[in-house]
Ligand binder design. Structure first.
Ligand code: ATP
Ligand code: MG
Length: 345
């Protein structure tokens, strides 16, 4: 069993805020985290996946000493977030959504130098580190301008560089690709993978299930302040649905259906006739990607004609739907990321 480098021990966080309604004031408590316990292992990319308001940022803030939990505690790299906050901060690099914590009147380079000094990186090492980051993240075009002139994506990239300035073993990245364009987001994910290969442990929050699937060794799905599912993407997917479905439409003689049913790994073939007169076959199987060539081969021949074929694999979205009855992706930011590729053709 690998070692837990982050150990979260029954953390709860309740915010009490003032509510104003029709001239009437009262206090309202929001339970943002409810008794969350979690181990994150040395060397993994751990994804915290959940919709808006789930508690992702609150958990990251509690783990990075920016917020005091209402109850419970956590240890990071062996240090207690409540008692050893200086050592915890020395062990982590952090990029938070919302507050990017950059100085707008300073240039990007000056920001990095300032935060490097704050983390006690010696001057020469700092200069070298900044040069490396400028090259790695392609900052040269804007690093010597004041941050107030940056686009929102450029601010995000600088915030990412800031998280890397002290070369800490543990990185917390809170929705780092929000407001990045599609190629930049892809590049960031690529760098995250590379940093992980170099040995860094990474905690990555997102509400984009494709990011979680692509990057993470394990994912915790969080909803209403609770971890509702935990495991590798593959484990989570098999925990809710055991089958993929390949949907086909066309003309299929009985022999095709018989051949499909006899493929090892095919569990069931549902046959229906569409209003158009075409047949619709739903082939339930273990692994649609692996079986697709055999499915096509079995379906064709004897005058069969496939008009349409679509394999549907189980996704983390399906896991979320199965656990909550809601979808993850009701969010304009998701639409932005999905629609962007179409603009380029
Ligand atoms: N300072 C605060 N005062 C009152 N309520 C708060 C405060 N900060 C967060 N909350 C509430 O706590 C809950 C969890 O918020 P949090 O920011 O952790 O969600 P999130 O998962 O990061 O969401 P998002 O995807 O939108 O960033 C929300 O209901 C939010 O409104
Ligand atoms: Mg958040």
């Amino acid at each position: 069993m690998p070692e837990a480098i982050i150990h979260v021990d029954r953390i709860s966080k309740t915010f009490v805020s003032k509510v104003r309604k029709k001239g009437h004031r009262e206090k309202k408590a929001v339970a943002a985290l409810k008794d969350v316990s979690l181990d994150i292992f040395d060397g993994e990319v751990f994804g915290l996946l959940g919709p808006n308001g789930a508690g992702k940022t609150t958990l990251i803030k509690c783990l990075t000493t920016l917020l005091l939990p209402t109850s419970g505690t956590a240890s990071i790299n062996g240090f207690d977030v409540l008692k050893d906050d200086a050592q915890v901060r020395a062990s982590i690099g952090c990029m938070l959504m919302g507050d990017r914590g950059l100085y707008w009147k300073l240039t990007g380079r000056e920001n990095l130098d300032y935060f490097g000094a704050l983390y006690h990186v010696p001057r020469d090492a700092r200069r070298k580190r900044i040069e490396d980051l400028v090259a790695l993240l392609k900052l040269d075009e804007f690093v010597d301008r004041t941050v107030e002139t940056y686009s929102s994506g450029q601010k995000m990239i600088l915030a990412f560089a800031k998280a890397l300035i002290n070369d800490a073993p543990i990185l917390f990245l809170d929705e780092p690709t929000v407001t990045m364009d599609v190629p930049t987001a892809r590049e960031l994910r690529h760098i995250v993978k590379e940093l992980n290969r170099q040995g860094k442990t990474i905690v990555y929050t997102t509400h984009l299930m494709h990011e979680a699937e692509e990057l993470c060794n394990r994912v915790g799905i969080i909803d209403h302040g609770e971890i509702i599912a935990l495991g590798s993407p593959a484990e989570l997917k098999t925990s809710v649905v055991h089958e993929d479905v390949v949907s086909m439409e066309g003309v299929f003689p009985d022999a095709s259906v018989g051949r499909l049913r006899s493929i090892a790994g095919v569990r069931e073939v549902a046959v229906a006739t569409e209003a158009s007169g075409l047949m619709k076959l739903d082939v339930m199987c273990d692994d649609s990607r692996a079986l697709l060539p055999r499915i096509i081969e079995a379906a064709t021949g004897n005058g069969a004609a496939i008009e349409y074929i679509k394999p549907k694999e189980v996704t983390l979205e399906d896991v979320f739907i199965a656990k909550t009855g809601r979808t993850l992706s009701v969010d304009t930011r998701v639409l932005g990321e999905r629609e962007a590729p179409r603009r380029g053709g």
